[in-house]
Design a protein around this ligand. Structure first.
Ligand code: SF4
Ligand code: F3S
Ligand code: FES
Length: 254
């Protein structure tokens, strides 16, 4: 394989502002964008800030935008770009910049904390849980999430709408609610915790108009929209308009 020199355009700056800067960096066969960023850091821009850990698509740290598309830097092969193409690397747009390619993703941790965890079934001890394989399989897909927050960064509800962040948990955390709500052993409801109406009323499920942009950028290929958000919407709506459920809720609330 032969090495070549690529033109990289990288955003440099901090919370007060910044700019795109051009660099020419050497590329070797088989390398990914993160390799080039590391070479740039080692040879020309020692103070370039970049977050990464595993270089294997598993830690979810190296999220950025490459030519405007949200992606993992460690999973984006240089071979997808033409050698004479400028490769532009910018920080995730929906989150505040800390420095260079590093953003403050604490929005996501705040949302995560707002979702009550799994409520164990009363009277059953660990080791006594029994589930059908079908139910196990369903939530297994959601548990592949590496928390890269690319879906959170991409969803148009918050991408350019800071004002929606308060009321919208984003696809990753609506998926978390869906996962718990589908869980046959989750006993939230028995303990008075209605995950479906919380999804609607506290976490902004209604803001999602199923554009599927979240699903398109997920590096784990989780079918966020089809398998989590749409079923959650259906279950939430069913309840709202099912007269028996409605009456049941009314009586229970008294
Ligand atoms: Fe990343 Fe996919 Fe998890 Fe969203 S659902 S945080 S895109 S792994
Ligand atoms: Fe946003 Fe995904 Fe819904 S991109 S609008 S959460 S389908
Ligand atoms: Fe871990 Fe890219 S460095 S996902």
């Amino acid at each position: 394989g032969s090495a070549y020199t690529a033109r990289f355009r990288v955003w440099r700056g901090d919370a007060d502002g910044g700019e795109l800067r051009d660099f020419d960096v050497e590329v070797h066969e088989g390398e990914v964008v993160l390799d080039i960023i590391h070479r740039l850091q080692a040879t020309q821009a020692n103070d370039l800030a970049v977050r990464w850990n595993c270089k294997a698509g598993k830690c979810g740290s190296c999220s950025a935008e490459i030519n405007g598309r949200p992606r993992l830097m460690c999973m984006t092969r240089m071979s997808v770009f033409a050698p004479d193409e400028t490769v532009t690397v910018t920080p995730m747009r929906a989150f505040p910049v800390v420095r260079d390619l590093v953003t403050d993703v604490s929005f996501n941790y705040t949302k995560a904390r707002e979702i009550p965890s799994f409520v164990p079934p009363p009277g059953l001890r660990a080791g006594e849980y029994r589930m059908r394989q079908e139910d196990v399989g369903r939530s297994q897909e959601f548990r592949k999430c590496i928390e890269c927050f690319l879906c959170q960064n991409t969803c148009h509800v918050v991408r350019d709408h800071e004002e929606n962040k308060q009321a919208f948990a984003g696809p990753r955390f609506l998926m978390r609610i869906a996962e718990l709500d589908m869980h046959p052993l989750d006993s939230a409801e028995e303990s008075g915790l209605d995950r479906k109406s919380a999804a609607q009323e506290e976490h902004g499920l209604g803001y999602c108009n199923i554009t599927k942009c979240c699903t398109e950028v997920c590096p784990e290929n989780i079918k966020i929209t089809d398998n989590a958000l749409i079923p959650l919407k259906e279950r939430a709506v069913d309840r709202k308009y099912d007269p028996l459920v409605w009456l049941g809720n009314k009586i229970r609330r008294r």
